[in-house]
Design a binder for this molecule. Structure first.
Ligand SMILES: *Cc1c(COP(=O)(O)O)cnc(C)c1O
Length: 424
């Protein structure tokens, strides 16, 4: 065996051991981080392939390097499959797809580059209300290079009220109007966003990073054909490798492509493109629709089970894959609760709630999502159990004996639900 052919475990035992440990952790815990999932073995095989070796600046049949016989086919196949999933079919000419963004944030940056000049006004849901950093939040480049006027959620309903968005949009006339969320448990009214964008001549961008798997799985309304541009990650509910993708109407194809390359990026990550193609193939199977439905059903069941135990949910429940739990009525804040849950084998993130009186680094809530547990095939029974464990932890978040014994119960349940992609 040559030096280059040595398996990872021989060549680099330190990293091999850490990967094995992470594999173990992902098996033994209930992963409730709303943006996380389990990529399949096939997706990971494609992502860990020789395609990582190839440079392919440009687009299929218009590259700056030779030797693209295979890569062009990989990229075209990924695009055709995504058109089949999100559009009217693999040949859909009205829908343009770019699969080269390195991730969700670079995909969004490409949208700014395609349509905006520095200091233009842009509008998206503010971070504290459940929006994403890249929709113009202050600490993001998108809030520094553009004039950002965020909309929020209503003080009464904690929902996005379209009349308020319309009023603000007409007053500030943003060039880009973002419709997309990262910590918001309700469906967006894409048609209402469309009519506001039309009234002020804005480009409407739907960012479906969290929900793209639900959208193509038929468990959430689609903004395709409504928004001018739709951006997404590929690794959240879509369950692909870590990457990004952009859909747009035909007339914006050239602006978007030029913004991704050469505007922002160099060579595309061809190994990831192949992984996206595999994920799109998986998402076209009937089982994926069942999975998408199960994600939403599980979130609703978990929400109801938590409400029964006195937990306060932002907006009272969910339409999608996630729940925001406001712990103000409990005697523990979001961060210490999330840390206690982690020790009990239940992994989530602390999160601000609308109009939070606490600081972003020590907020009042947690965000929990059901994509990963649903990918393992867990259902209503496990959601009830989860709510029960969370209730026990919230009552005694510093009781290490309790946390350790729950972690054991969690592992026993996890043993019954093999996770996609993991090796045991
Ligand atoms: C996750 C997310 C992104 C960014 O994705 P990264 O791949 O982490 O850069 C963008 N927009 C929304 C709404 C997201 O939830």
């Amino acid at each position: 065996m040559t030096h280059f052919d040595a398996p990872l475990a021989d060549k680099d035992p330190s990293i091999a051991r850490l990967i094995a440990e992470e594999n173990r952790r992902e098996h033994d815990t209930m992963r409730l981080i709303a943006s996380e999932n389990y990529a399949s073995r096939a997706v990971m095989e494609a992502t860990g392939s020789v395609l990582t070796n190839k440079y392919s600046e440009g687009y299929a049949h218009k590259r700056y390097y030779e030797g693209q016989q295979v890569i062009d086919q990989v990229e075209e196949l990924a695009i055709a499959r995504l058109k089949g999933l999100f559009g009217s079919g693999p040949q859909d000419d009205t829908l343009h797809v770019n699969v080269q963004p390195y991730s969700g944030s670079p995909a969004n940056l490409a949208v700014y580059l395609a349509f905006c000049q520095p200091h233009d006004t842009v509008m998206g849901l503010g971070l504290p209300a459940g929006g994403h950093l890249t929709h113009g939040w202050t600490v993001s480049i998108t809030g520094k290079y553009f004039k950002s006027v965020p909309y929020g959620v209503s003080a009464e309903t904690h929902r996005i009220e379209m009349d308020e968005v319309r009023k603000l949009a007409k007053e500030h006339r943003p060039k880009i109007l973002w419709a997309g969320t990262t910590a918001y448990p309700r469906t967006l009214d894409f048609a209402a966003f469309r009519s506001i964008a039309d009234e002020i001549g804005a480009i409407l961008v739907a960012d479906i990073a969290h929900i793209s798997g639900l959208v193509c799985g038929g468990a959430h309304p689609s903004p395709i054909g409504i928004a001018d541009v739709v951006t997404s990650t590929t690794h959240k509910t879509f369950r692909g490798p870590r990457g990004g993708m952009i859909f747009c109407k035909k007339q914006h194809a050239s602006a978007i492509d030029k913004a991704v390359f050469p505007g922002l990026q160099g060579g595309p990550h061809n190994h990831v493109t192949a992984g996206i193609a595999v994920a799109a193939h998986e998402a076209a199977q009937p089982a994926f629709k069942e999975y998408a439905r199960r994600v939403v059903d599980n979130a609703k069941t978990l929400g109801e089970a938590l409400v029964t135990r006195g937990f306060d949910l932002v907006t009272g429940g969910t339409d999608n894959h996630l729940l925001l739990v406001d712990l103000t009525n409990k005697n523990v804040a979001g961060k210490p609760f999330a840390q206690a849950l982690d020790r009990a084998g239940i992994v989530c993130n602390y999160n601000s709630v609308p109009f939070d009186k606490r600081k972003p680094f020590d907020p009042s809530g947690i965000r929990i999502g059901t994509p990963a547990v649903s990918s393992r095939g867990m259902g209503p029974g496990e959601m009830e159990q989860l709510a029960g464990w969370m209730d026990r932890v919230v009552k005694a978040p510093t009781d290490e004996t309790l946390l350790a014994s729950i972690a054991k119960e969690v592992k026993e349940v996890c043993d019954k639900f093999p996770a996609p992609g993991l090796r045991l």
